[in-house]
Write a protein that binds this ligand. Structure first.
Ligand code: MN
Length: 241
């Protein structure tokens, strides 16, 4: 199995090395990752300037750093190294639950794989205060890959709690947040603003956030189709247009 590994934290993140170390048990691993952190860049692609990459072997893995986004890394990785059977994106330092899926560069790497006719799995974990080792997660990561790699699922979002006690299939938690921007001042006295996320609703049972809150690994199968099929059916029933 040919495995392309990408992330949005950048090629020097310990998360990508932890992922590659386990993924090599399942197939041939190549890494294409952003040269700098690209967290929260969502599914951006670079189309108004050329892309470049440089060979950057890390921890014994064939790896390349790209001056682009996570989605770019998948496209250039497929182009240079050949299309992979699956793209693993992560392990992100920070959860990508619910509303975060809309902003996540980690998930975008997996989505780009699905868009290009391959398969994508996004993997995220809490960002610890101390230096992350991922030692507690590696056995669970092995279980997740054992379950998902032979499956026919094309896009899955996986989130690990700090100390997992099992795995659960979940749906995306959709809750709104206030999205306030908090004003402050830079050292020169100029105004600047911080984007903040404070959730408004409680977490619903059966969702990704609910599972991780209870120390389960959350596995959410996703699809590329954003259509609201219920709303579409209702509109078609009206035959108004
Ligand atoms: Mn990130």
């Amino acid at each position: 199995m040919r495995i392309l590994i990408v992330n949005d934290d950048g090629i020097y993140s310990p998360g990508i090395i932890a992922l590659a170390a386990v993924a090599r048990e399942f197939g041939e691993v190549t890494i294409f990752a952003p040269d700098v952190e690209r967290s929260s860049t969502g599914h951006a692609v670079t189309h108004s300037r050329p892309l470049s990459y440089r060979r950057t072997p890390i921890a014994g893995f064939e790896a390349f750093r790209v001056d682009g986004t996570p989605a770019d890394c998948v496209a250039i990785g497929f182009s240079i190294a050949g299309k992979a059977d699956v793209v693993l994106s992560g392990i992100n330092l920070g959860l990508n639950l619910g509303n975060s899926m809309w902003h996540s560069g980690t998930l975008a790497g997996a989505k780009q794989a699905a868009l290009m006719g391959s398969r994508g799995i996004a993997l995220s974990a809490p960002s610890p205060e101390a230096e992350p080792t991922f030692d507690l997660l590696k056995p669970r990561l092995r279980e997740v890959l054992t379950a998902l790699l032979p499956s026919d699922l094309t896009l899955v979002n996986v989130n690990f709690p700090a100390e997992p006690r099992g795995m659960l299939w979940t749906r995306q938690s959709v809750r709104h947040y206030d999205g306030k921007v908090v004003p402050s001042k830079d050292p020169m006295g100029r105004a600047h603003y911080w984007f903040t996320v404070f959730p408004i609703e409680e977490t619903e049972e059966g969702t990704d956030r609910w599972a991780v809150d209870r120390s389960y690994v959350s596995l959410t199968p996703l699809r590329l189709d954003l259509t609201d099929h219920e709303a579409l059916a209702a509109q078609l029933d009206k035959k108004a247009i």
